[in-house]
Design a protein around this ligand. Structure first.
Ligand SMILES: NC(=O)c1ccc[n+]([C@@H]2O[C@H](COP(=O)([O-])OP(=O)(O)OC[C@H]3O[C@@H](n4cnc5c(N)ncnc54)[C@H](O)[C@@H]3O)[C@@H](O)[C@H]2O)c1
Length: 669
């Protein structure tokens, strides 16, 4: 066996020989529940070896028992001792060490994802979505930081499920970081094998921007939720295109990482919202932020208050501290009219703590998860079925229910309520309720290329953010399309809506042309010194970034919704065109095996090199998705592609499908 001394000598980037101090856990910071642990004795030994291989030999004896204890009590080895003491947060870029601007910028993004103010379970490196982690453990975090401090603009850091594989020579035109999370070989691409892989320490659930290091706090989803609610209202409640949700009621559940956006979004859309949440600490976080106006504990009281606000046409966001099932049961029994209804509990992992069954408080849920998983599973299954039955009764009375991308309908189906499937048997023909992408976001936004473009002002200065808001607004023509008008209003009011949590970040839905123009404008501003450097990116949940038949590609109807070519091409193409950071994940918002999704980060340093990347990469990042949506036959994507071919004759060309007359086919079959 090769000696450890030789191995240590062969590395200059490594963890220290010194044992870090054991840290206290700060009171009041949310902690992850114990995760499912089904490893055999042999596999547990492997998990320990896997974690200890980051650490110099002299520390193994002491840490082995500590890590075993973490595995037994938390279901994972997080290496808590390796977490730096105190608060971690995204600081101004010039406070970071590094040999290139991208190395420093990416540290800002990682640390923002781990901020106590932002992360769901910061000690367990979970940013949002119950299980979405930056990386698997604190040893990886420390090593990644060291690599980023060393990274030059002619190297690429490769990170596999949180593990920094190493630095490899590349060029100035290459990505500085390539990330993948939980990509599994098809045969093993299922919950059971994935659970084993995570417990062994070889897989990380990246969600989307958690492991893709582009999370910007709940603001990231506020804009999409605002767009969705507004358009749901226009489509279902007869609200005119230039109007909003004034005097209309929206009900949902979840005030967590992403779901926390719902309260804010409904208020920006001028509606009345009631959001149910079982965890009081999360309600309090949103209340402190000003995203929730008042908290109620009785269904009767919250409905009464909502009705008064609705009549007065006052925008308000109310939290119901309790289970969504209790709230809906009351509405059914009392015959209360709910206009718009959704759900944003973490149904991509209902049996791992993402969904709180009726009858349990949040702390009882956490205890039962730890003590009696089987009983917990049984309660979740029963609750999901009841939840479904209540929704059906409401829908029969005129409620518009839509799945909001949390795999709710799939979870109900998996719980045994086959009636939620269109064909009553399997999910091949979809579900009886629309997913928000199928009905709203797909045709109205993604098919045109509108998606969650975002940026972070790396200087940390609010005045930089204000300058970018104004510059972006000036790039939008509000009279071009309805979507542009909504986006114009969004960015015009963004600062007064107080959306920033964590770094100075902004989200703005834009199409390919809009994103490119804004990016070029920002880069020119950096060049002139008007603002400091900017990190540009997007959510994976976008036109071309994600293949997910139950969500982003729910409105792909040519049978290709089970393929993951688009997200893979998007990732490869962004890499080839020199985005600073590229990511590809399995899972995302809907769960392992149900989606492949990717994203990017691009550091605007003011250079002409970056202008060239913007010109090549940004249109590709969006139009690859539009082209695929057009090929599936989606009308708005076809018309967008026709325009694109005309406008970009010299450089680009999209294959567009001929329409087939159904009559010819129907005569044959
Ligand atoms: N539509 C989108 O664009 C989008 C984007 C990101 C995430 N998601 C999905 O949305 C879901 C929520 O994401 P998140 O980041 O907010 O997760 P989260 O786990 O932080 O929040 C979910 C919240 O739901 C609460 N909850 C669970 N069961 C409940 C019940 N029965 N009644 C009331 N409250 C209950 C939990 O206490 C938690 O606070 C995830 O499945 C995620 O994958 C959707």
């Amino acid at each position: 066996m090769i000696e450890n001394s030789k191995i240590g000598e062969a590395m200059t980037i490594k963890l220290s020989e010194e044992l870090p101090e054991k840290k206290e856990f700060e009171e009041g910071i949310r902690r992850a529940p114990k995760r499912e642990l089904t490893l055999t004795k042999r596999e547990k030994k492997m998990a320990l070896k896997n974690a200890l291989r980051y650490i110099p030999q002299a520390l193994h004896e002491e840490l082995a028992s500590e890590f075993l204890n973490e595995l037994d009590t938390m279901g994972r080895i997080y290496g808590y001792r390796y977490r730096p003491a105190g608060r971690i947060y995204g600081k101004p870029i010039d406070q970071y060490k590094g040999n290139c601007i991208e190395g420093k910028a990416i540290q800002v993004m990682i640390e923002n994802n781990l901020d106590f103010e932002i992360a769901l379970y910061p000690y367990e490196l979970v940013t949002y979505g119950e299980t979405g982690q930056v990386c698997q453990n604190w040893m990886q975090y420390r090593l990644i930081k060291r690599y980023l401090e060393r990274l030059t603009d002619e190297q690429t850091l490769v990170v596999a499920s949180g593990h920094p594989l190493g630095l490899f020579k590349s060029s100035k035109a290459s990505p500085r970081v390539i990330l993948t999370n939980s990509l599994m070989v098809g045969l093993f691409d299922n919950q059971k094998d994935w659970h084993r892989a995570v417990a062994l320490g070889v897989a990380n659930y990246g969600q989307m921007t958690a492991g893709g290091w582009m999370y910007i706090g709940p603001q990231g989803i506020v804009h999409g939720t605002f767009n969705t609610l507004l358009n749901a209202g226009r489509k279902q409640l007869g609200i005119p295109d230039d109007s909003d949700l004034t005097g209309h009621l929206f009900i949902s559940s979840g005030l967590g990482g992403m779901s926390g956006a719902q309260g804010k979004a409904v208020k920006i859309a001028n509606g009345v919202g009631i959001i149910a949440e079982v965890d009081h600490s999360r309600i309090q976080t949103r209340k402190n932020q000003g995203w929730i106006d008042a908290i109620y504990e009785e269904p009767a009281e919250v409905f009464k208050a909502a009705e008064e606000y609705r009549k007065e046409e006052k925008a308000v966001s109310l939290a119901f501290y309790g289970n969504i099932i209790d709230l809906l049961e009351y509405a059914v029994n009392e015959n209360i009219k709910i206009e718009l209804l959704s759900d944003q509990t973490s149904c991509h992992v209902p049996y791992d703590g993402g969904y709180c069954p009726q009858g349990l408080t949040f702390s009882e849920r956490t205890e039962m998860l730890r003590e009696n998983k089987e009983q917990f599973k049984d309660l979740v299954t029963r609750s999901l079925k009841k939840h479904f039955s209540l929704i059906r009764q409401l829908v029969d009375k005129g409620t518009y229910f839509f799945d909001y991308g949390n795999s709710f309908m799939k979870a109900v189906f998996d719980a045994g309520a086959k009636a939620i499937a269109k064909n009553g048997k399997d999910t091949s023909e979809g579900f009886i309720f629309p997913s928000y992408v199928e009905d709203i976001m797909g045709p109205m936004l993604f098919d045109y290329g509108y998606g969650p473009f975002r940026w972070v002002c790396l200087s940390g200065r609010h005045e930089d953010l204000l300058k970018t808001d104004r510059a972006a607004m000036n790039c939008i023509n509000p009279d071009r399309r309805g979507q542009d008008r909504d986006n114009y209003i969004w960015i015009r009011d963004a600062d007064s809506n107080k959306l920033v949590v964590g770094t100075q970040a902004r989200i703005l839905y834009q199409d390919a042309e809009g994103r490119k123009n804004i990016a070029l404008k920002f880069n020119a501003m950096v060049r002139k010194g008007t603002i400091g450097p900017v990190m540009l990116g997007r959510d994976h949940h976008d036109t071309g970034g994600t293949d997910s038949p139950f969500r982003e590609t729910a409105n792909i109807k040519d049978g290709s919704n089970i393929m993951a070519d688009m997200a893979t091409h998007c990732f490869a193409g962004n890499s080839a065109r020199g985005m600073s950071m590229v990511a590809l994940h399995n899972g995302g918002g809907v769960g392992i095996g149900k989606a492949i999704n990717g994203g990017f980060g691009l550091v605007l340093d003011g250079s002409e090199r970056v202008d060239t990347i913007i010109q090549k990469a940004i249109p590709w990042d969006v139009m690859g998705g539009v082209a695929r949506r057009a090929w599936a036959g989606n009308d708005n994507a076809v018309s967008t592609s026709i325009d694109y071919n005309v406008e970009n004759q010299a450089t680009d060309h999209i294959t567009i499908p001929y329409r087939v007359d159904e009559k010819i086919i129907n005569e044959l079959l």
